[in-house]
Design a protein around this ligand. Structure first.
Ligand code: NAP
Length: 312
């Protein structure tokens, strides 16, 4: 048996339960999890969202949380060997949850952790770093003459978007709380707007990319602040379907901050960017699994600087 974090949607709290250690199927690696991230999807699971998934897990036992991790491989696969330190994520729709001592995860979503990275740094970078790579290297690659507005720049995703956009030479404007200005500038932002006192969008803006992590805007609202072929990327795919339709008849584009699965090559790219210092783990706080409710409270607190982690 192993310890795992079960959620109770009725009270939106977590408790440690004993569940069987998973048995890896062909193509999976059994990972002993050392550190795991908390992200918005975990909050949704705790709130009773993801109804179908919650129901499915209920039939098998308690509902668990956790989508991204660092740990030690306890079985070998084609590329991963037992005993190696590994980082990865569990496929969102059908993967196991990883706020647990062990998880059986597809080898395709695991990578050996570079020696220069701690387990905490690896867990802090995983899903948010991969999503930054997805947005800034595939969806809307920026060149040095271009500009980018990152709304929610001190958050778990926003910080890596700032780092990666700045590393490409783009001019980055960050929107975050006033208290986080110097921290966000240290990540690579050249200009700053405090959301308490200044609107995110201002007259004369002409950004090549606007990343809206709180998803407070819409394509329609952002379009006047985009360059002619600029792109608006929102974190909420369902809140602005009209915007998506509108963008299809505009030179300006709309996209979503979404990454349901990735490829081993993108994981390798993430590790390279972490090793060469382009992406730097931003860790707000680390809690023991026995303090999970405190960790979720911290995640919900305004003014965080990067990721909240659980030591398993
Ligand atoms: N793969 C994916 O599909 C994927 C990957 C990454 C993220 N996401 C989504 O992206 C969203 C953000 O995730 P996250 O982990 O970065 O969350 P987070 O760590 O909570 O960050 C959200 C940020 O938004 C800021 N914010 C809130 N209201 C704001 C406002 N009015 N103006 C400017 N900034 C504001 C917050 O600042 P304060 O703390 O000061 O309030 C916080 O820094 C979530 O919905 C998540 O599901 C999806």
């Amino acid at each position: 048996m192993m310890r795992a974090l079960a959620v109770d949607p009725a009270t939106q709290s977590s408790r440690i339960v004993d569940v069987p250690v998973p048995k890896p199927k062909p193509g999976q690696i059994l990972v002993e999890v050392t550190v795991a991230g908390i992200n918005e999807m975990d909050v949704e699971v705790r709130a009773g969202g993801w109804a179908a998934q919650v129901k499915r897990f209920r039939r098998d036992g308690p509902v668990l949380s956790g989508f991204e991790f660092a740990g030690i491989a306890r079985t070998s696969g084609k590329c991963i060997r037992a005993g190696q330190r590994v980082m990865g994520y569990s496929p969102v729709l059908n993967g196991p949850r990883v706020h647990a001592q062990f998880a059986a995860v597809p080898e395709s979503s695991i990578l050996a952790i570079p020696d220069s990275l701690s387990d905490e740094s690896a867990a802090a970078l995983c899903v948010m770093g991969l999503t930054a790579v997805e947005v800034l290297e595939r969806l809307c690659p920026l060149s040095p003459a271009q500009s980018c507005l990152v709304i929610g720049a001190a958050g778990g995703f926003g910080v890596y978007a700032v780092q990666l956009a700045a590393s490409r030479g783009a001019r980055v404007t960050a929107v975050a709380s006033a208290a986080n200005e110097s921290w966000v500038r240290a990540q690579g932002a050249q200009e700053f707007r405090a959301y308490e006192t200044a609107p995110a969008l201002q007259p004369g803006d002409a950004y090549d990319l606007i990343i809206d992590t709180p998803a407070h805007l819409s394509f329609r609202a952002a379009a006047p602040s985009l360059s002619r072929s600029g792109m608006y990327v929102s974190s909420n795919p369902t809140s602005d379907l009209a915007g998506l339709a509108r963008s299809s008849i505009s030179s300006r584009r709309a996209g979503f901050l979404m990454m349901l699965k990735t490829s081993p090559s993108r994981l390798t790219r993430l590790a390279d960017l972490a090793e060469n210092g382009t992406l730097r783990a931003a860790i707000d706080s680390v809690f023991d699994i026995s303090e999970a409710d405190k960790a979720f409270d911290r995640f919900a607190t305004r003014g965080k600087q990067g990721r909240v982690l659980l030591r398993i």
